[in-house]
Design a protein around this ligand. Structure first.
Ligand SMILES: Nc1nc2c(ncn2[C@@H]2O[C@H](COP(=O)(O)OP(=O)(O)O)[C@@H](O)[C@H]2O)c(=O)[nH]1
Ligand SMILES: [Mg+2]
Ligand SMILES: [Zn+2]
Ligand SMILES: [Zn+2]
Length: 383
């Protein structure tokens, strides 16, 4: 079974087909609630296999009974059209979470480049599944990060009509382990998670994701900030309290069972602590043998479980030393009592602190950015 690339709900046996002919479109309240902006739809049929008929197949080219026009398959839950032959593949659906300015957008920008190399290591190629994914990646993420060498502007709230976060980036990884694999990335506006999430139909994809990556900016921790004062430029945009975001995220996930990756972003800033005179933190960071000081490399094909477990343990103890142990506790003992399968990571998308809003001179030398993705892909199939 695979997932809808928009709402992330499992595509079960029910199929839905929507008119693409001359029929008038009318308001779609369900689609609107899940999308977070007005949606319309045309006549749609829902078909389920009759009980006790394992040989049942959905209709191949259904025709609209009103206008005789063609119909295309859409998601039975959110009514978005599914990419062609979507159900034949396996989609790993990743939702990014985190306060404002934790580095989500820049991470996505760099990730797509690295996935190109990842695909190469697996002797396949990376592709955008639809024009909208390519458009939003190139226009928002790539153009600002790579072409202008600037930094992506703060992300607008999801209720703005032209907000790009709603458009998931749907990537095809080709055939991996004998199966067509897809990777879907959904960004979110940090404000949406910093504020209370009451009527959050448009954020319900968190509950259904394969993996939620919770980004956490270690430079927001006062102890790190104090020691780094002279070494890293002041951040222009500052985000909210990660503990509040995590709490809101837990509420959104509710009884959902995504796996949770906790990602210390901008890890290059932590690595510069080695330049700070003898403090406890600088000693911790100066341990050259630590997993968080080396990158297993982009060309490594699969996820390395023993390296991953070592890193996981190091990050948990680092968080304790930063007096951010409550983050670990909330994840291990959530109020809801529903602990998620979780793992801790570090990434640096840019590889070095930025100079104002420009990238530093050496360009981009990202660090461990693919680890969370390898971990996410591995659980959906053995690769
Ligand atoms: N040092 C460093 N800074 C980063 C990195 N990634 C992002 N940043 C900084 O964090 C700011 C916010 O990043 P952005 O991706 O827009 O955050 P978002 O609001 O979570 O999408 C950027 O303007 C950068 O200055 C990184 O890998 N290293
Ligand atoms: Mg953003
Ligand atoms: Zn019709
Ligand atoms: Zn859907």
């Amino acid at each position: 079974m695979t997932k809808c690339p928009y709402c992330f709900v499992d595509l079960a046996e029910q199929h839905a087909f929507q008119c693409q002919g001359r029929c008038n479109a009318v308001e779609d309240p369900v689609g609107t609630r899940l999308w977070g902006a007005p949606r319309v739809w045309k006549p749609t049929i829902f078909v389920s296999p009759p009980p006790g008929n394992p040989a049942w197949r959905p209709p191949e080219n259904p025709v609209c009974q009103r206008c005789d026009g063609p119909m295309s398959e859409c998601c039975p839950t959110c009514h978005q059209f599914l990419p062609l032959d979507w159900r034949a593949g396996q989609a790993t659906c990743i939702a990014l979470a985190g306060a404002r300015a934790t580095g989500k957008s820049i991470y996505i920008g760099v990730l797509v480049k690295l996935l190109d190399l990842f695909a190469e290591a697996h002797r396949t190629t990376l592709g955008f599944v639809d024009g909208a994914s390519r458009e939003v990646y190139q226009r928002i993420y790539e153009e600002q990060l790579y072409v202008r060498r600037g930094i992506i502007a703060p992300t607008p709230r999801a209720n703005l009509a032209d907000s790009y976060q709603r458009q998931p980036i749907i990537l095809s990884l080709g055939i991996l382990g004998g199966r067509r694999r897809y990777l879907v990335l959904r960004d979110v506006a940090g404000e949406d998670l910093e504020n209370r999430v009451d009527d959050a139909g448009h954020l319900s994809f968190f509950a259904h994701a394969s993996v939620v990556l919770f980004l956490f900016d270690p430079t927001r921790v006062p102890e790190v900030r104090n020691q780094l004062q002279d070494l890293i430029p002041a951040q222009l945009h500052s985000g909210g309290d990660p503990a509040i975001v995590l709490n809101n995220l837990n509420q959104l996930i509710g009884p959902g069972r995504p796996r949770l990756g906790v990602v210390l972003s901008k890890f290059d800033t932590m690595q510069t602590l080695t330049q700070v005179a003898d403090t406890e933190l600088s000693r911790v960071m100066s341990n050259a043998g630590a997993a968080f000081m080396r990158d297993p490399g982009v060309s490594m094909a699969g996820y390395d479980e023993s390296d991953g477990l070592l890193l996981d343990a190091e990050v948990r103890s680092l968080l304790q030393r930063l007096n951010a142990g409550h983050i670990v506790t909330v994840i291990e003992n959530p109020h809801s009592g529903r602990k998620l399968d979780n793992r801790f990571f570090v990434v640096s998308a840019l590889g070095a602190p930025t100079e104002g809003e420009k990238l530093h001179d050496h360009g981009i030398a990202s660090f461990r950015c693919l680890d969370p993705i390898r971990w996410a892909l591995r659980a959906d199939a053995a690769i």
